[in-house]
Design a protein around this ligand. Structure first.
Ligand code: GAR
Length: 224
């Protein structure tokens, strides 16, 4: 049975490393009243990224934790965990956070940490996904939102959106098409989690108590 939606908004911390267009999509949906969340903080591992400005424009507290100031991945993640926990988040959202996380970190937030990855997982884990889809002459490409586990880009999928690849596509045009889908499916997955409709159990994603496909809910964009 679906648990009732709690009346207070879920506390969310968002981690970024770049332009923050996914962050913006989440902020927009929250401000439209579509997302029952409170964005407590945006944390970046880089100090000069546009995503920080986007957060500041909306008066969301920002924190920079520069990975170059740490001797090891373990030290960085331990400090990051302290900072995140000080915000007492219900949900941790990786929105273009381009760092591999230690198992200690991923285990600590398991079941409440989401990532968005620009490929139709399990295809193309890691970097340069658009280039790899083009080189493979795939007919479609896309994006997946998944729970984060210690396996890189390997946690249970929640939702996936596809885009067709045309013969004229370049890495850039494909990235643009995929990003447009990212901005639709990431707020939706966060909404499901914030409404207690989505859970991770025994390595599977469950929506309203039902196991999702291993590749996640297949989002159909009505604007295609
Ligand atoms: C997005 O395309 C996201 O899927 C990708 O980084 C971009 C961030 O864009 N994430 C990864 O590749 C994670 N492995 P944004 O800063 O404009 O949201």
């Amino acid at each position: 049975m679906t648990e009732p939606t709690t009346s207070h908004p879920k506390r969310v911390v968002i981690l970024i490393s770049g332009g923050g267009s996914n962050l913006q999509a989440i902020i927009d949906q929250q401000q439209n009243g579509q997302l029952p969340i409170e964005i407590c903080a945006v944390i970046s591992n880089k100090d000069d990224v546009y995503g920080l400005e986007r957060a500041q424009e909306h008066k969301i507290p920002t924190i920079v934790l520069d990975h170059k100031q740490f001797n090891s991945r373990e030290d960085y993640d331990q400090r990051l965990m302290q900072i995140v926990d000080s915000q007492q988040p219900d949900i941790l959202v990786l929105a273009g956070f381009m760092r591999i996380l230690t198992p200690e970190f991923t285990q600590h937030y398991e079941g409440r940490m989401l990532n968005i990855h620009p490929s139709l997982l399990p295809k193309y884990r890691g970097l340069h996904t658009h280039r790899r889809a083009l080189e493979a002459k795939d007919s479609k490409h896309g994006v997946t939102v998944h729970f984060v586990t210690s396996e890189l880009d390997g946690g249970p999928a929640i939702i996936q959106a596809s885009v067709p690849i045309s013969q004229y596509d370049t890495e850039q045009s494909l990235a643009t098409k995929v990003l447009a889908q990212e901005h639709k499916i990431y707020p939706l997955a966060i909404k499901w989690l914030a409404e207690n409709r989505l859970h991770m159990e025994n390595g599977q994603s469950l929506l309203d108590g039902q196991a999702l496909l291993s590749c996640g809910y297949q989002f159909q964009d009505t604007e295609h």
